[in-house]
Design a protein around this ligand. Structure first.
Ligand code: GLN
Length: 398
């Protein structure tokens, strides 16, 4: 058997690898970003009610009407956007895959920001397109005009789209209006499509989330993607959506129908209920995550590392001053914590010491992880007694 070349080098995602490492070693998993607590009971009950009410067959291809309406209402209420169409997908990930397949010809170029979410380069490759990166560099991780210009000009007229992610995984940046204006100007000038992944839209601690579609000239060329997983702590539901101009959503739908068709029907009903919950649910989650962020940042600083405090998402990066890949491989043994070397999300080698820690865990789990990391970082510290061998068992939240 010989697999197709389009999967060359894909291997297993770092998230899968690191969660397996956490399970093997019993370490606290601050690697893959998933909450260790369920979302609001109201939406779990809505899912049960939908299951029992017979919402168990295929959904309509575009999604169940209640959820499509709730998404339109959400875009209007939060951002004043009036998308022409909306499509429900199997998580935001499917919307990204289907839109790239729908919009890119083989040989086209797609601009992505590095560090990037790992599915972007994979799906660009599936489409037969090439990626060109704009690099975010520590300490500011700002989107620079120069880098953006070079990436687009490098495409020599073949650039078709730009993928943007704000709030940004893995840096935690919430891009400002000034940075997004650079993107908008470039999209308008070069007639590019903007694929905007906004799954962390409600996890913002400092500043304000600005959807690129709200910038001048952008509503008609932006496919806005989001989902229920992060905002309501149900990442395993894989209910996402995209919205925007009819043409972009329609093209994405044409691909989506042959990837997975239409499913998750009861969860789509529950997602509609979630979007209609009072905004206090979002505020509570955000406030809890902000407290977690602060606790973890303090611990990472106390450990002696350079910490890049995130304005959004549930990830914080620290420069540990040594090879991060090796550091992360050894971390479970050394102190019973798993984290991710951020360099795997870069093509270039600008941040070899950067490590990403997820803080979407219960406060007591974050406190324990903070204590373990703190002991590790102290000069002369011995490996923590919490560290377990490769056979072991149950850390809180592992
Ligand atoms: N979005 C999650 C993260 O960045 C992981 C999702 C996945 O495992 N593919 O941690």
């Amino acid at each position: 058997m010989r697999a197709a070349s389009r999967i060359d080098g894909l291997g297993t995602t770092i998230f899968t690898e690191m969660t397996a490492l956490a399970e093997r070693t019993g370490a606290i998993n601050l690697g893959q970003g998933f909450p260790d607590r369920d979302g609001p009971v109201e939406i779990i009950d809505a899912a049960i009610a939908a299951l029992k009410a017979g919402a168990n067959q295929y959904a309509p291809l575009p999604g169940v009407p209640a959820l499509r309406e709730a998404v339109l209402e959400h875009q209007r209420r939060w951002y004043g956007l009036e998308p022409e169409d909306v499509l429900v997908t199997f998580g935001a990930t499917e919307a990204i895959a289907a839109s790239l397949l729908a919009l890119c010809e083989p040989g086209d170029e797609v601009v992505v920001i590095e560090p990037y979410y790992d599915s972007y380069p994979a799906c660009i490759a599936f489409a037969g397109a090439q990626r060109r990166v704009v690099t975010l560099r520590p300490p500011s991780f700002r989107l620079e005009a120069e880098g953006l210009r070079e990436a687009i000009e490098g495409g020599a007229g073949r650039t078709r789209a730009i993928v943007i992610n704000t709030p940004h995984n893995p840096t935690g940046r919430v891009f400002g209006r000034d940075e997004l204006s650079l993107v908008a100007d470039a999209c308008v000038r070069h007639d590019l499509v903007c694929i905007s992944d906004e799954v962390y839209e409600h996890l913002v601690y400092d500043g304000e989330h600005v959807p690129p579609a709200t910038l001048p000239g952008m509503a008609e060329r932006t496919l806005t993607i989001s989902g229920i997983g992060k905002s309501f702590s149900v990442t395993g539901w894989k209910i996402g959506w995209c919205s925007g101009p009819a043409e972009l959503v329609g093209a994405t739908r044409a691909v989506k129908q042959f990837l997975t068709f239409a499913g998750g029907t009861p969860l789509q009903h529950a997602a509609a209920a979630a979007l209609r919950l009072p905004a206090v649910h979002l505020a509570q989650l955000r406030d809890q995550l902000r407290a977690n962020r602060d606790a973890l940042c303090t611990a990472l600083e106390a450990a002696g590392w350079t910490v890049f405090e995130p304005a959004g998402t549930y990830f914080v990066n620290a420069d540990v001053g040594t090879d991060a890949v090796r550091f992360c491989a050894e971390l479970p043994q050394r102190c019973g914590v798993v984290a991710i070397p951020t360099g795997v999300f870069y093509d270039s080698d600008v941040a070899p010491g950067l490590v990403r820690f997820a803080f979407c865990k219960r406060p007591e789990v974050i406190a324990e992880a903070a204590a373990r990391l703190g002991r590790l970082g102290r000069p002369g510290a011995q490996p923590s007694s919490a560290a377990k061998s490769e056979s072991a068992s149950s850390a809180p939240g592992a």
